[in-house]
Design a protein around this ligand. Structure first.
Ligand code: SF4
Ligand code: SF4
Length: 395
């Protein structure tokens, strides 16, 4: 008869997982606090970690700015599959008499002192780290970027975890000689906000494995780049898919970064939206009208399994140009005539010039649009259509 471990793994693979492994609470005990599964399930003895790979062709089109939405849609489909796999694994474990929790995929952070909601967060420590579990379960290793790298898919994976009271037999972490990161540092070169230091390092130990990874800028720095409050690289020649600009250099100091991030989050319409994924990530992922807004993740997208592909991906990114927002809510590549317009959200937005010279009706709220884009488009249309501002570019 099949062992419970074999049953769980084959179920995960049947349901669409590309990789699956098992680790234990005892093995994770030497890791950082977010490696402890007992925070979410006090009786946890083991963790089942599983991964799905992203579509490589779609990722290529995303980083080269050939197309934006397909990668967002691919991520949403993958997130739905990960939730479904986790639910079925948890169900199976419960049928066998154990407790089990399917860990939220994202946006579930540990409380921070003196913080009332996510807009005031600055550390963003997850309730449970999928990456640490995947490292301990032998699915991959942490690269210089700090992302989880696998042998077959590089960093192009999304992760899920199920915690259980079952005392399962663990897999062994991937050995050093199979480590997928060769230190090419392409991840560092494609981060528009310079989050990943190219030389300075730090170490993290999980399940007896010590990884040397980049020393990063404060987490609020990635939040600013990954949410898209600043999309432009310091060279000024390329951006991620965000059409937004701060209009001034990023701070150096953590306190300044943190207070800038809080200000931007407080002004961000996304945080007030009813379909805010910070309220309920699972619900957002299964909502057909919710758009999985993705403008960055370039540190991951660049990291293909082969070095040759990583170098080529970096070229694609730095030659991809910069992003602009059209008044129909789409993101496009800006041409030389694009203009930068101030918005009431503490950000400037890049808009193709011809968009501003058209008379327009106010757009209706459309499902599948990002709240910030929607509000900015409405602001631009209001401004353009108001009598005193006619024929004038908003300032
Ligand atoms: S891009 Fe290169 S250095 Fe960065 S994580 Fe991937 S393999 Fe490692
Ligand atoms: S997600 Fe984007 S902003 Fe964040 S570290 Fe990666 S490349 Fe930088």
């Amino acid at each position: 008869m099949d062992s419970i471990e074999a049953k769980i793994k084959s179920l995960a693979l049947r349901l669409g997982a590309d990789l699956v492994g098992i680790t234990t609470t005892a093995l994770l005990a030497d890791g950082p606090p977010s490696a402890d599964p007992r925070y979410l399930l006090p009786s946890a003895n083991s963790v089942v970690s599983f991964a799905l790979s992203l579509d490589r062709n779609i990722v290529q089109d995303f980083i080269s700015k050939k197309s934006w939405r397909p990668h967002c849609e691919n991520r949403k489909t993958i997130a739905q599959t990960l939730y479904t796999i986790g639910d079925r694994l948890a169900e199976q474990l419960r049928t066998e008499g154990y407790e089990a929790v399917n860990v939220d995929l994202n946006n579930n952070y540990r409380p921070e002192k003196g913080v009332t909601d996510v807009t005031e967060m600055t550390e963003f420590h997850p309730a449970f780290s999928h990456r640490y579990a995947a490292l301990a379960a032998g699915i991959g290793r942490l690269g210089w970027s700090g992302n989880l790298l696998t042998r077959d898919y590089g960093a192009l994976v999304e992760l899920g975890s199920v915690l259980t009271s079952a005392a399962l037999t663990p897999d062994t972490p991937m050995p050093d000689e199979a480590h997928p990161c060769d230190g090419c540092k392409m991840c560092s070169l494609v981060c528009p906000v310079g989050m990943i230091h190219p030389k300075a390092s730090t170490q993290v130990t999980v399940a007896g494995v010590t990884e040397t990874i980049s020393r990063k800028r404060p987490n609020t720095c990635c939040w600013i780049g990954c949410t898209g409050y600043e999309g432009l690289a310091s060279s000024g020649t390329w951006s991620n898919w965000s059409p937004y600009r701060l209009g001034r250099p990023l701070p150096e100091d953590k306190q300044e970064f943190d207070s800038l991030c809080i200000r931007l989050q407080k002004a961000d319409p996304q945080m007030q939206a009813a379909d805010n994924s910070f309220n309920d990530y699972r619900q957002a992922v299964f909502d057909p009208d919710w758009f999985y807004y993705t403008v960055c993740g370039f540190c991951r997208s660049v990291c293909a399994p082969s070095r040759e592909d990583r170098l080529a991906n970096r070229k694609l990114i730095i030659n991809s140009g910069t992003a602009a927002l059209k008044l129909d809510g789409s993101h496009v590549v800006a041409d030389d005539n694009a203009v930068e317009v101030r918005t009431p959200f503490g950000l400037r937005v890049i808009v193709p010039r011809e968009e501003l010279s058209k008379e327009r009706a106010m757009p209706r709220n459309r499902p599948g649009q990002f709240p910030l884009d929607r509000e900015v488009v409405e602001y631009l249309c209001r401004h353009l259509n108001s009598a005193d501002a006619k024929n004038r570019t908003p300032d």
